[in-house]
Design a protein around this ligand. Structure first.
Ligand code: SF4
Length: 250
């Protein structure tokens, strides 16, 4: 499996889920590397923004920012070794995140098969951008899809970020909830269009402000909560930013 590397170690950590349906739940996060999209504001750009690629990121022109050396940011491990690292924590909620975890489905199937035998009452969440369909063997091992469809504000082409067959599959699954990252009011018509196109029940929709500082989140929260109330959507904050700041492995 290709995992995100932090200071030479795989990014597997125990924390409180900071976003979405399971906000507040103690969880073990397993962060996989690689993504099939390239969101311009991505806060896990170390999973894909490699030197030499043509993709742009809002930080590319900052003086203290450099695209990443791919070899330095990926650790390759077998699923058995990853399972052993997860089992260090006495925690039944696992969050598979990325990058885009569904790029590594065979490896995840093996990992979850091991963990299902080892952790009583295991609950598995997977975070996905909604463009890749899970294979049946993996889907059977997942309890919750945290789907985060990308909007035009991500700077990905529509043909890459909107995959109707995959979205129809996820929208029809009782395991799915949908988290939309809202940058500005201009994004709302697009969110409403997606919710309508895929018949997503409002109770499964979470609107989350885009931002990596408490100040930005506060400004957007002030109007986004009203939008949620008008549409019977859920609001979700980014609790980890308030608790820990914009840091990795928290
Ligand atoms: S889909 Fe997620 S991980 Fe991939 S570029 Fe977008 S925000 Fe980053």
């Amino acid at each position: 499996m290709k995992l995100a590397s932090l200071n030479g170690a795989p990014e597997i950590f125990h924390t409180i889920q900071g976003e979405g349906k399971s906000l507040g739940m103690p969880s073990v996060f397993v962060r996989l590397s690689l993504c099939n999209l390239h969101c311009i504001w991505c806060d896990t750009d170390y999973t894909w923004n490699w030197k030499g690629t043509r993709f742009t990121h809002v930080r590319d022109n900052e003086p203290d920012y450099e695209k990443y050396e791919q070899d330095e940011m990926i650790i390759t491990m077998d699923p058995e070794s990853v399972a052993n690292l997860v089992l260090r924590y006495d925690c039944p909620n696992i969050v598979l995140t990325g990058g885009e975890p569904l790029m590594q489905q065979d490896e995840l199937t093996r990992l979850l098969s091991i963990l299902r035998h080892q952790i009583p009452g295991l609950h598995v969440e997977i975070e996905t951008n909604g463009t890749l369909k899970p294979q049946t063997s993996l889907a059977d091992l997942i309890d919750q899809y945290n789907v985060s469809p990308k909007l035009a504000n991500s700077n990905n082409k529509k043909s890459l970020r909107d995959k109707p067959e995959v979205m129809r599959y996820l929208a029809s699954s009782v395991k799915s909830n949908f988290k939309f990252v809202v940058d500005g009011r201009d994004d709302l018509s697009e969110v409403l269009e997606l919710v309508q196109n895929y018949s997503i029940p409002p109770r499964k929709v979470y609107l989350m402000p885009q931002g990596t500082s408490p100040e930005t989140l506060k400004e957007k929260r002030s109007w986004l909560t009203d939008v949620c109330m008008e549409n019977n959507f859920n609001f979700t904050d980014r609790m980890h930013i308030h608790l820990f700041g914009n840091k990795r492995s928290v």
